[in-house]
Design a protein around this ligand. Structure first.
Ligand code: ZN
Length: 450
């Protein structure tokens, strides 16, 4: 009987407090030992000489559209893309699948779809809308990771924005249920009125769209959500913050004791408003891409620790929905979950000296902590799940559409040069991606609950 299931030898482990040259052994899905020149045998030995071993990415924000709109993405293709990018766990948003996840029955439908196809572990967000205040309890019982609300139009008819009273009362209930509330923070009053004005004047180009969702709309909504969180005692998470000033608002509230966190997305770190003009429809998202000054602020905040989390907000759609002259009508969502870690390794580590330990914290360690999955998930340590991404930082490549695992092979990152290739991904000690291919024997993703 070998001592371990797998030993990874000679790699550079990216630990919470820095890098360590050591071997890592896993048994029964967990990290069993970490030491230089580890004694003992294993059923499988992986030579990681020259490679970095990172904790598998936990992408807290994706939309996989299944059930109901699997023709947009689907769990099989979506999770193939995740594992190709070194991601071993993801949180699926409650909207853009149909039915949206608003009660126990819709949760069960999505859970069954996930169990049938997910290659990575997953958590499910429930929705917080004017239609389902009374089913938050059953969603919490089922094990949602938290509740997601929109403070502006969600872009899809079957998931309604939370008006102020819904948000306030929903947060009171979520606080009692011990669940976090995540908000899309953009002022509906400002964005809707600016959009109406632009449309009335026939201004429907990319710059008109960007101007209809100014940073002030994000700041106003973040401020209001923070106020409600303070008043209700609810834990609050602001998704996809696009501006340095937005991150600063959150940090300031946290410093005075409000239980609030935020994430930005890889696209706000990698792309600007100029890229939106150049790339067009594939780069449409909400909040929109910002100017260089906001992007520089986000990088600074990631470097100094003010900004703790990065997600993909993978929000795919068929090519037919990502084209057209009226920028307001184009689907707002970026296909990018396969490139989340790649953006941080390239734009962060290689270009801006972002330590790999910070890359790991912002994509795994902090995510697990914030959403109640630590200490099992999110870090390389004995006793944690052996969820790992093996990365060859010596490799550079240009992302080709053919490399994408998405159902629809488009992304604003196509054509971009990346540093650091994910050569292998392990989920609970089992290799699920290797040499460019998903290799899991069967979908083994498990539900994660806080
Ligand atoms: Zn989203």
């Amino acid at each position: 009987m070998p001592d371990y299931d797998v030993i990874i030898r000679n790699g550079t482990l990216v630990m919470p407090n820095g890098e360590l040259r050591a071997d890592l052994a896993a048994a029964d899905g967990q990290i069993a030992a970490i030491a230089p020149e580890l004694a003992g045998g294993a059923r499988e030995t992986i030579d990681a000489a020259g490679l970095h071993v990172l904790p598998g990415v936990i992408d807290a924000h994706v939309h996989f559209n299944e059930p109901g709109r699997a023709e947009w993405e689907g769990i099989a293709s979506g999770t193939r893309a995740l594992v190709a990018g070194g991601t071993t766990a993801f949180f699926d948003m409650p909207l853009n699948a149909h039915p949206p996840t608003l009660d126990a029955a819709s949760f069960d439908l999505k859970l069954a779809a996930m169990r049938a196809s997910a290659l990575a572990d997953f958590a499910l967000w429930g929705g917080l809308t004017p239609d389902n205040l009374d089913t938050l309890g059953e969603l919490a019982e089922r094990g949602v990771i938290g509740f997601k609300a929109f403070m502006s139009n969600s872009g899809i008819d079957d998931f309604h924005a939370a008006d102020d009273l819904t948000l306030y009362e929903g947060m009171r209930r979520a606080a009692r249920l011990g669940r976090i509330v995540a908000v899309h923070a953009e002022s509906d009053a400002l964005t809707a009125a600016l959009a109406r004005r632009a449309l009335a004047e026939g201004r429907v180009g990319v710059r008109d769209y960007l101007a209809s969702r100014p940073v002030v709309a994000e700041l106003e909504a973040i401020g209001r959500a923070i106020l409600y969180a303070g008043e209700t005692g609810c834990a609050l998470h602001i998704v996809h913050v696009s501006s340095g000033r937005g991150v600063a608002l959150v940090a300031e509230a946290r410093a005075r004791g409000v239980d609030v966190s935020c994430e930005t997305c890889a696209h706000y770190l990698a792309l600007t408003d100029e890229d939106a003009e150049r790339i067009g429809a594939l780069a449409k998202c909400a909040p929109p891409l910002r100017g260089r000054d906001e992007q520089a602020a986000l990088w600074q905040q990631l470097l100094d620790g003010t900004l703790p989390m990065v997600t993909s907000d993978h929000s795919p759609a068929p090519a037919s929905m990502k084209t057209g002259d009226d920028f307001f009508k184009i689907w707002g969502g970026i296909s990018g979950c396969q490139s989340l870690l790649a953006v941080l390794l390239t734009e962060g580590h290689a270009r801006r000296r972002l330590p790999l330990a910070t890359v790991a914290a912002s994509t795994a360690g902090y995510v697990a902590q914030r959403f109640g999955l630590a200490p099992r998930k999110g870090r390389i340590a004995e006793g944690a799940d052996a969820d790992l991404a093996l990365v060859d930082m010596r490799q550079r490549y240009r992302l080709d559409a053919a490399d994408l695992q998405y159902r629809h092979r488009h992304s604003p990152y196509v054509g971009r040069e990346f540093h650091g290739r994910v050569v292998r991904t392990l989920l609970r000690g089992a290799t699920i991606f290797r040499d460019g291919r998903a290799v899991a024997a069967k979908p083994a993703g498990q539900l994660l609950t806080p």
